[in-house]
Design a protein around this ligand. Sequence first.
Ligand SMILES: CC(C)(COP(=O)(O)OP(=O)(O)OC[C@H]1O[C@@H](n2cnc3c(N)ncnc32)[C@H](O)[C@@H]1OP(=O)(O)O)[C@@H](O)C(=O)NCCC(=O)NCCS
Length: 176
Amino acid sequence: MGRLPLSYPCRRDPIGVALRPARPGDGPATHAVFHAAVHRGAAHLYTAAERAAWAPSPLPPADWEALLLAEITLIAEHRGHVAGFMTLGRDGHLDLAYVAPDKAGQGIGRVLHGAIVQAARGRGLNLLDTNASLVARPFLARMGWRQTARQSTIRNGVALTNFRMELMLGAGQTSK
Ligand SMILES: CC(C)(COP(=O)(O)OP(=O)(O)OC[C@H]1O[C@@H](n2cnc3c(N)ncnc32)[C@H](O)[C@@H]1OP(=O)(O)O)[C@@H](O)C(=O)NCCC(=O)NCCS
């Protein structure tokens, strides 16, 4: 992306996670988090074949980092390592939301989500949408998102169940 104008403060939360915008060089570490989150973090809800279609290779595709930098991408670091990240398109589409499996359930997703919502508000977005996995659905529901449809998306020839969800950011709505 062009550099993300920080309309929110980079901050440290009580569990020692620092947030920052993505920068060149983040491709390999973010992809490693993505791959582990799919193959370990989602193993209880997606079959091996489904996970292989979702995240086929431990190595990032050639355009991975460029796509990351083209969007509003926030990185959560713990002890200098990428622990999770979220990307928001400039149209308000939450594209990627992944936390390393060994760091899941510790509030990192909540912190990333709060910062993404703040960034979205700063850009005047009123509505966010996403295609949430079976893993992300309860997390996003907890963050206030509403499910609008159940879907089946074909990825690398395999049908993956996910859910269309949206979050209104109208006046008076509180970000979680
Ligand atoms: C979904 C994901 C990003 C959530 O990140 P996380 O850091 O584990 O989430 P947090 O610990 O910040 O949880 C925030 C809140 O959501 C709730 N939550 C998270 N996952 C949940 C689940 N599976 N079921 C119910 N509640 C859940 C937590 O209990 C917490 O609520 P609380 O703060 O009121 O206690 C992460 O688990 C992940 O990467 N999963 C695997 C990959 C994946 O499917 N990514 C989404 C692709 S669309």
